[in-house]
Ligand binder design. Structure first.
Ligand code: EPZ
Length: 416
């Protein structure tokens, strides 16, 4: 069965190691297309989205091999510039191959990645930026052809610091003719990881981690060995599990320097947080106090990917709180299932009005997307009785083995 079974209501105790970052490794895998040769990427999470990116690269003529959590991609013989509609629509982050294919082959034929349950997720910002770099884009029905015999460096100012659009501009700029100045770039840690990877391969860029990137095109890039940083969203999800269920856990490798907004919220609610070079410890010895107001923002604000797990924490805290979603237009899908478990949450436009309850009760619920599914696992850890989460495959898109990890933290959890 494609489900997870949890017997909740127990305090969490234990430690687990945080996996490599999904949202860092996906653009890095796309970036290997810019390097004619073999790249070795360590600490790569074995998750569905990575396997899908692997299939896309193999479809472009790039052999891929695994050894544990090390993936090797050889793009020397990359020979295609077409990606089938289904493969692109199945995973939105395939759109990152657009910039890489333009940089490598000068052409890309792909379908619009399409939306998902959390939002329409257009790529207008990507396409406008790439047009400024000399890319001609011919749209036909659901497909489009992007063509650029030689990408030109340009001054690009994004209307919104889109993570994906920033990544696509970076991928198109590193081998372009001339210099690209990217203003209002996204500053998420995953962008920094991509820039570090490309710099190690010989790219020439300044302003890494800032909202203004200067990228000087170079003639070519060379092979790289790179280690993927830990996944801040997975770490934040497991912090939410302890905050909801109570207990005392330690998250090895958790990147505290990337979780400032989350750690601040946790301490405000009454958690005792310990940070050292090994990771993050969190002790939750009594019921948390509600956060009156929390909103999602671009980095380094509170991350939208932790909004649903945090909603569970707030649903169990003492008092009332408002959780505002500002990045995606439909990211409250999990509220219905949390209500079935006893949560008291009312949605008005982009705000969730949450009245904390003392307990949630286990029942059968259904994951509809990645982070909402993870939030149901967080709720199941705290809920009294058995929770069955259907559609486990949504969670497996981003969590290498959520059952193994949460079991190491003391949960009674198994796949069904
Ligand atoms: C990345 O998605 C992440 N995915 C998302 O994580 C994350 O939630 C998001 O960044 C924000 O941090 C990966 O890195 C693979 P955006 P992305 O472009 O690049 C709108 C997860 O759970 N927009 O910053 O798609 C868009 O509709 C996933 O791991 C446009 O309107 O995010 C959205 O409302 C979910 N036009 C907002 O901007 C565009 O051309 C943020 O999108 C592009 C984006």
């Amino acid at each position: 069965m494609d489900s997870i079974h949890i017997y909740g209501g127990n305090l969490l105790r234990g430690e687990t190691r945080i996996q490599g970052s999904k949202n860092a490794v996906l653009p890095i895998l796309a970036a290997t297309l810019l390097i004619k040769g073999s790249c070795v990427i360590k600490n790569c999470p074995r998750i569905a989205d990575v396997y899908h990116m692997q299939n896309l690269l193999q479809g472009l003529g790039c052999p891929v091999s695994w050894a544990g959590n090390t993936i090797t991609v050889n793009t020397a013989q990359a020979n295609d510039n077409r990606m089938s509609g289904e493969s692109v629509t199945r995973m939105r982050s395939s759109v990152m191959l657009l910039g890489a294919m333009l940089g490598r082959m000068g052409e890309a034929v792909m379908s619009y990645p399409g939306g998902c349950v959390i939002g329409k997720r257009p790529i207008d910002i990507h396409l406008t930026a790439l047009r400024k770099m000399g890319v001609e884009i011919v749209e036909e029905d659901q497909m489009f052809t992007a063509h650029a015999p030689r990408l030109q460096g340009a001054e690009v100012k994004l209307p919104f610091p889109s993570v994906g659009a920033t990544e696509n501009v970076i991928l198109a700029a590193v081998l372009a003719e001339g210099t690209t100045i990217l203003e209002n770039a996204a500053k998420e840690p995953e962008i920094v990881a991509l820039c570090e990877f490309l710099t190690e391969a010989g790219a020439d860029m300044e302003g890494i981690g800032s909202g203004r990137l200067v990228i000087r095109g170079v003639e070519g890039l060379h092979e790289v060995k790179y280690t993927v940083p830990a996944d801040r969203i997975v770490a934040g999800t497991y912090m939410a599990a302890a905050m909801a269920a109570g207990g005392s856990i330690f998250l090895e490798q958790a990147p505290a320097d990337q979780l400032g907004a989350v750690l601040e919220a946790a301490e405000k609610m009454g958690c005792c947080v310990t940070i050292n070079k090994e990771g993050i410890g969190i002790d939750v010895l009594r019921r948390l106090k509600a956060l009156p107001y929390l909103k999602t923002e671009v980095y380094d604000g509170f991350p939208t990917d932790l909004q649903s797990p945090m909603m569970v924490v707030m649903a169990l805290a003492e008092g009332q709180g408002i959780l505002e979603e500002n990045i995606f237009e439909n990211r409250f899908r999990v509220v219905g299932d949390l209500g079935k478990m006893g949560a008291d949450i009312e949605i008005v436009k982009n705000k969730a009005y949450i009245k904390g309850v003392e307990t949630l009760t286990g029942t059968v619920v259904e994951a509809e997307e990645l982070r909402g599914g993870a939030a149901l696992a967080v709720a199941g850890m705290a809920a009294v009785g058995r929770t069955v989460i259907k559609n486990r495959h949504f969670i497996e898109r981003g969590y290498e083995n959520i059952c193994r990890d949460l079991r190491e933290l003391g949960a009674d959890i198994s796949i069904g």
